[in-house]
Design a protein around this ligand. Structure first.
Ligand code: C2E
Ligand code: MG
Ligand code: MG
Ligand code: MG
Length: 284
């Protein structure tokens, strides 16, 4: 039908392009006001150590707009980056996250990671205000981790390393997010000053079914061990995936199997639940 209506199809395509552009513009324009109106909030997702339990959490941004509805970070983060608003968002994230850490005992005892964007880490002013805030809120630096996507890191290797060096000098940790999707050269990897590799969830989905994916994941875990890095698998949804990863020596497991990202007031109960769930694995 599309072929028979070649011309119409072209018109529909052009329309949908402008609709997409309109939505992007709408979202970009709504961000400033949403920050003022407090439409953003943070959810926390456990990273579970098979031996130590739910000792780490990733902070993930959420946005519920009264006019646009729920907007996924997968949609608004790239728009915030392209419209120059991402560091405002990250600053909100850090302020709000640090405040919550001061108020919530369960979270205060975990290693908490925050996702940073390339634009944040390339701004010296961001680094300075981050350091100030860590001091101001009296957060133990060794309980803080910052996640940077592998591709961003590799594209800005020298500048990114400057940021990482300063952050690590404070005692904070660095994780390479979405690892395996960013075409890292192995020679770079020996110079990487990260502490953790986070295996992208695309490798985890077919772990039980695909020998290839299983071998890739096991190879990444061995590589991480060789380089003295911690390794975390994301997007773990099934017992079978968990058992393969645990067997391979994966240090942290993150995914719906243990917990969806939750608001901070639910974290204390969730940690208890996860630790009970882990007990069942060791008994059976
Ligand atoms: P990410 O940092 O790699 O986060 C993992 C994403 O996978 C999260 O989606 C999380 O909710 C989702 N996830 C966790 N477990 C499972 C699972 O078992 N199955 C499936 N299918 N998905 C799972 P989310 O929260 O929608 O975030 C998407 C991406 O948006 C993040 O990927 C991150 O790159 C970005 N993002 C989220 N929050 C922030 C933020 O505060 N700052 C920045 N710069 N980026 C953020
Ligand atoms: Mg992340
Ligand atoms: Mg990730
Ligand atoms: Mg990801």
């Amino acid at each position: 039908k599309a072929k028979a209506n070649g011309r119409n199809q072209y018109v529909i395509f052009a329309d949908s392009m402008s609709e997409q552009q309109q939505r992007r513009l709408q979202i970009a324009n709504a961000i400033d006001q949403a920050l003022i109106e407090n439409e953003f909030f943070i959810v926390y997702q456990a990273k579970v150590s098979p031996t130590k339990g739910a000792i780490a959490m990733e902070a993930l941004l959420r946005w519920k707009s009264p006019t646009l509805g729920f907007i996924s970070p997968a949609e608004f983060i790239p728009i915030a980056e392209q419209s120059g608003k991402i560091t405002d968002l990250t600053t909100w994230l850090i302020n709000n996250g640090f405040q919550t850490l001061k108020q919530n005992k369960a979270l205060a005892n975990c290693i908490i990671s925050f996702n940073l964007s390339t634009f944040d880490i390339l701004k010296p002013s961001f680094l300075n205000s981050l350091i100030d805030k860590i001091h101001q809120y009296e957060i133990s630096p060794n309980l803080l981790e910052f996640e940077i996507t592998e591709s961003i890191y590799m594209e800005n290797f020298i500048l990114a390393n400057l940021f990482i060096k300063e952050i690590k000098a404070l005692g904070c940790h660095i994780a390479l997010d979405d690892f395996g999707t960013g075409y890292s050269s192995l020679s770079y990897l020996t110079q990487v000053s990260a502490d953790t590799l986070k295996i992208d969830q695309s490798f985890i989905h077919n772990l039980q079914r695909s020998d290839k994916d299983r071998q890739i994941v096991e190879a990444i875990i061995r590589l991480a061990k060789t380089l003295n890095l911690t390794v975390c698998a994301e997007g773990v949804e099934t017992d079978a995936q968990y058992l393969i990863l645990k067997q391979a020596g994966c240090d942290f497991i993150q995914g719906y199997l243990f917990s969806k990202p939750l608001e901070s007031h639910l974290i204390s109960d969730q940690i208890n639940k996860i630790n009970q769930q882990l007990n069942l694995y060791t008994i059976n």
